[in-house]
Design a protein around this ligand. Structure first.
Ligand code: NAD
Length: 703
C-alpha cells in the first residue's frame, strides 16, 4: 500500500500523503516524497505540483514511533525533503486541510504557495516537548505571518485556525470548499500566467521596532517559562530570523535545537509524551479487544467524588443517573454541581445555555430502579466495606446483565467488592482524583477476574471523558496512594528529626512539586488520614505508629476547611501561614516520643521523600501492580503535582542513577531510628542499581 499517491491532472502532479492516522513524515514517507518530487521535476508534462493530505488532514509532522531511533534522522531527513521542495524550479503548492502540525507545517512553509481551507488547523507544538521547530519553522513562519504572530504560535505550541491568519502572505488562497479543487484552480492560474516559484526564504521580516519587541518578548517569556529552557530559545531563534540572513538563521535554529534536545527538561517532556501513549496499552491484551457501549452512566453517591465524576461525564455529553441515600444529600450534591458550573460561568468559561444543557443530562433519584438501563454504574459512597457491600448487592440485583459495575474506592480490596456480586468479571475499579471534574488522572483498577472487554471499555471511556488512564492491580492504595503513603511517612519522620512543616514543604516545592506534603494534607483534609489510621490501628494493633496529625485532628485542626491544620488560614484565604501553635505541638510530640531534634538540610528532605516514593514504586513495579515504570510517572504527574520537567519519580530516579538512589537510601537506613528499615532499597531497585540498569528498561518477567 503506497503511502504517497502520485497522479498527474492537467499538467499538475498531485502528491497525496496517505499514511493514517495523521500522515506522519516517517522515513518511508520522506523517501517517497523526495522520489515523487524528482519524478515530477523530470516529467516535461508537469508544470506545477500540489502536495496534499487525506483523512485527518495534511500532516501531523514527525512519526512519533521513530522518536529516539536512528530512523528519525536517517536520510532523507526532514530538512532534505524541505530543501527538495523549495529548490524545485516548478511551482510547488501545499494544499492544507485538517491538521497541519510540526514538521507538516514546516513542509508547507517550504513550498512555494499555500492554499488552505479556513478550517485547517496549524500548529508548531515542539515547545511542548521542550524543543523548538527544527526544520525552518522559526525562520519561515515569521517571514509569512510576522514576528508577533509567529512568536505566539511557537511559544504556545497551540493550534491556530487558518481563518485567523487570513490576509497574511501565509496563504495564497483560502477556501471554504474542497482544498484540492481550489489548489488545482490556483495551479492552472499560475501556469496560465507563467508565474514561477516564490520562496519564503527570500522574504524579509517587516517590523520597524523588531529589536524592542524581541527584548520585551525575552523578558516576559523568561518570566513565564520558569524552569523550562525552550520558550526563551524560541525567542532567540526568532531573533535570528529578524536579524540574520536566512542561512545564518537556519544555522542558529539548528544549534538551539541540538542544545534543547540535550536538556534534561526536554528529555523529561518527551518521556511524558511517550508515557501517556504507552499507558493506554495493556500488556497481553490485543488492541482489537472489543468494547461495550457506554451511553448512559449511573453514579451512586453525590458527595465530593460522585459530584465531580458526574460533571466529568455530563461535560462529555454522557447522561448520568445520580443516586443518593437521602433527599437532603441529593439536593446538596446537585447544589454543589450547580455552584461549580456557576463559578465557570462567572469566569466566562461556560454559557448559561450550556450550563442548563449539562444539568439537564442528570437524572437525580433516590432509588436504584433508575439504574436498570445504565451501561456503567460507578459507586462513590463512603469508604467502608460494609457500605460498599450493600451498594454492590443492590447494583447486582438491578443493573442489566452485561453492564459494568465500578467502584471509586481509594484503597479497599476491589476483589472483595467484586465478590459481593454474581458477576465479578464485570467489576472494575475507576479511581478518580479529587476534584474529579478537573484532575486528569484515572487509575483503572483491574481485579483478578475483570474481563478484558471491561478493561478495554474503561480505557476507551477514560479517553472520551478526557482523562489519562493508568491500569493498576489490586493492593492497598493501588499505585498512587500506596506510594504517597510512604512519602507522607518520610515527611513525618523529617518532622521528628527536627524539621518543621514549612521547611519540608519549601524544599519539595523548590524541587518542583506543585505543593509540599503538609500543604497538600491541609487541602485534602487531615481527617481522612486520621480515620484511615484509626481503622488500620483497629485492624492490626501496633502496626500504625503515632502521628502528629492525630494530635492536630484531636484539636479540631482538619486543614483548610477548619481554618487550621499544619498551618493556619485566615477567613476566606487559602495561603498557608506557619503557626507557632503547630511548632509547639510538634516539639511536645517529639519530646513525648523520645526524638531529639537536629538540623535537617534541604537536600536531605528532597532525597528522603523522593527516594521513599521511588523505593515503593520499585516494589509496585516488581509486584506487577503497575505494568511499567512510566505508568507510575503518569500517576504522579497527573494526580500528585509532580513537575513535568522532571518526568515523574521513576524517570527522575533513572536520571539520577539508581546506584546513587540506592546509596542515598542505604545511608538513611544506616542512620537508624524509627522507620529507618523501610529505606533499605527494595530488591528490584537494589538489583537494577547493582547491574547499572534503569526502571525504563525493566520488563517484568512473566510469573
Ligand atoms: P463523601 O462522603 O463526600 O460522599 C459519599 C456520598 O455517598 C454521601 O453523599 C452519602 O450520602 C452517599 N451515600 C452513602 N451511602 C449511600 C448509599 N447506600 N446509596 C447512595 N448514596 C450513598 O465521600 P467522597 O469523598 O465522595 O468519597 C467517596 C468514595 O470515593 C470513597 O470510596 C472514597 O475513598 C473515594 N475517593 C475519595 C477521594 C477524595 O479525595 N475525597 C478521592 C478518590 C476516591
Amino acid at each position: 500500500m503506497s503511502k504517497l499517491h502520485y497522479e498527474v491532472r492537467d499538467a499538475v502532479a498531485v502528491l497525496r500523503l496517505d499514511n493514517p492516522p495523521v500522515n506522519s513524515l516517517g522515513l518511508e514517507m520522506r523517501t517517497a516524497l523526495v522520489a515523487a518530487l524528482a519524478r515530477a521535476d523530470g516529467d516535461a508534462g508537469v508544470r506545477a505540483l500540489i502536495l496534499t493530505g487525506s483523512g485527518k488532514g495534511f500532516s501531523g509532522g514527525a512519526d512519533i514511533r521513530e522518536f529516539g531511533t536512528p530512523k528519525a534522522y536517517a536520510q532523507p531527513n526532514l530538512l532534505t525533503v524541505l530543501r527538495a521542495a523549495e529548490d524545485l524550479a516548478k511551482p510547488v503548492i501545499a494544499a492544507l486541510d485538517g491538521i497541519c502540525m510540526g514538521g507538516g507545517l514546516e513542509l508547507a512553509l517550504a513550498c512555494h504557495y499555500r492554499v488552505a481551507t479556513t478550517r485547517a488547523s496549524l500548529a508548531l507544538p515542539e515547545v511542548k516537548l521542550g524543543l523548538l521547530p527544527g526544520a525552518g519553522g522559526t525562520q519561515r513562519l515569521p517571514r509569512l505571518v510576522g514576528l508577533e504572530a509567529a512568536l505566539n504560535m511557537i511559544i504556545s505550541g497551540e493550534p491556530v485556525k487558518a481563518e485567523k491568519l487570513r490576509g497574511t502572505p501565509l496563504f495564497d488562497r483560502l477556501t471554504e470548499g474542497d482544498v484540492l479543487e481550489a489548489a488545482l484552480a490556483f495551479a492552472r492560474e499560475l501556469i496560465g500566467e507563467g508565474r514561477g516559484v516564490k520562496r519564503v526564504r527570500d522574504l524579509k521580516i517587516q517590523m520597524p521596532n523588531a529589536e524592542a519587541f524581541l527584548q520585551f518578548a525575552r523578558t516576559t517569556v523568561q518570566a513565564a517559562a520558569g524552569p523550562y529552557p525552550a520558550p526563551l530559545a524560541c525567542v532567540e531563534a526568532l531573533s535570528a530570523a529578524a536579524r540574520e540572513p536566512f542561512e545564518a538563521g537556519m544555522k542558529k535554529e539548528r544549534e538551539l535545537f541540538v542544545t534543547l534536545m540535550a536538556t534534561p527538561e526536554s528529555a523529561a517532556l518527551r518521556h511524558v509524551f511517550q508515557a501517556e501513549r504507552a499507558a493506554a496499552h495493556v500488556e497481553g491484551m490485543p488492541e482489537s479487544t472489543p468494547t461495550r457501549p457506554v451511553e448512559r452512566v449511573g453514579i451512586v453517591g453525590a458527595g465530593t467524588m460522585g459530584g465531580g465524576i458526574t460533571m466529568a461525564f455530563i461535560n462529555a455529553g454522557i447522561p448520568v443517573v445520580l443516586v443518593e441515600a437521602t433527599q437532603e444529600a441529593l439536593d446538596r450534591g446537585l447544589a454543589t454541581i450547580r455552584k461549580n458550573y456557576q463559578g465557570q460561568l462567572k469566569k466566562g468559561k461556560l454559557t448559561e445555555a450550556a450550563l442548563e444543557e449539562r444539568l439537564a443530562r442528570i437524572t437525580p433519584t433516590l432509588g436504584y430502579e433508575g439504574l436498570r438501563t445504565v451501561d456503567l454504574a460507578i459507586e462513590a459512597v463512603f469508604e467502608d466495606l460494609a457500605v460498599k457491600k450493600q451498594v454492590f448487592e443492590k447494583l447486582d440485583a438491578v443493573v442489566r446483565a452485561g453492564a459494568i459495575l465500578a467502584s471509586n474506592t481509594s484503597a479497599l480490596d476491589l476483589d472483595a467488592i467484586a465478590a459481593f456480586t454474581r458477576r465479578p468479571r464485570d467489576v472494575i475499579g475507576l479511581h478518580f482524583f479529587s476534584p474529579a471534574n478537573v484532575m486528569r488522572l484515572l487509575e483503572i483498577v483491574r481485579g483478578a477476574q475483570t474481563a478484558d472487554d471491561v478493561l478495554a471499555t474503561a480505557l476507551a471511556t477514560a479517553k472520551r471523558i478526557g482523562k489519562v488512564a493508568v491500569v493498576a492491580g489490586v493492593c492497598d492504595g493501588f499505585i498512587g496512594n500506596r506510594m504517597i503513603a510512604r512519602y507522607g511517612e518520610a515527611a513525618h519522620e523529617l518532622l521528628m528529626a527536627g524539621a518543621l512543616p514549612q521547611q519540608v514543604d519549601a524544599a519539595l516545592e523548590k524541587f518542583g512539586m506543585a505543593m509540599g506534603p503538609f500543604r497538600m494534607g491541609d487541602l485534602a483534609g487531615l481527617d481522612i488520614g486520621w480515620a484511615l489510621r484509626k481503622r488500620r490501628a483497629a485492624e492490626s494493633p501496633g502496626r500504625v505508629g503515632a502521628n502528629v496529625a492525630d494530635v492536630l485532628c484531636e484539636a479540631g485542626r482538619f486543614g483548610q476547611k477548619t481554618g487550621a491544620g499544619w498551618y493556619r488560614y485566615e477567613a476566606g484565604a487559602r495561603n498557608a501561614i506557619p503557626d507557632r501553635e503547630v511548632t509547639a505541638i510538634i516539639e511536645k510530640f517529639r519530646a513525648a516520643h523520645g526524638y531529639t531534634p537536629r538540623a535537617v538540610t534541604e537536600r536531605e528532605i528532597v532525597e528522603r521523600c523522593l527516594y521513599a516514593l521511588v523505593n515503593e514504586g520499585s516494589r509496585i513495579l516488581a509486584d506487577g501492580i503497575a505494568q511499567r515504570s512510566s505508568d507510575i510517572d503518569i500517576v504522579y504527574l497527573n494526580g500528585y503535582g509532580f513537575p513535568p520537567y522532571r518526568g515523574g519519580p521513576m524517570f527522575y530516579a533513572d536520571q539520577v542513577g539508581l546506584g546513587e538512589v540506592a546509596r542515598a537510601l542505604r545511608a538513611v537506613a544506616a542512620g537508624g531510628g524509627t522507620g529507618a528499615a523501610a529505606y533499605e532499597p527494595a530488591p528490584l531497585l537494589a538489583r537494577l542499581a547493582q547491574e547499572g540498569g534503569t526502571f525504563s528498561d525493566y520488563r517484568r518477567r512473566s510469573p
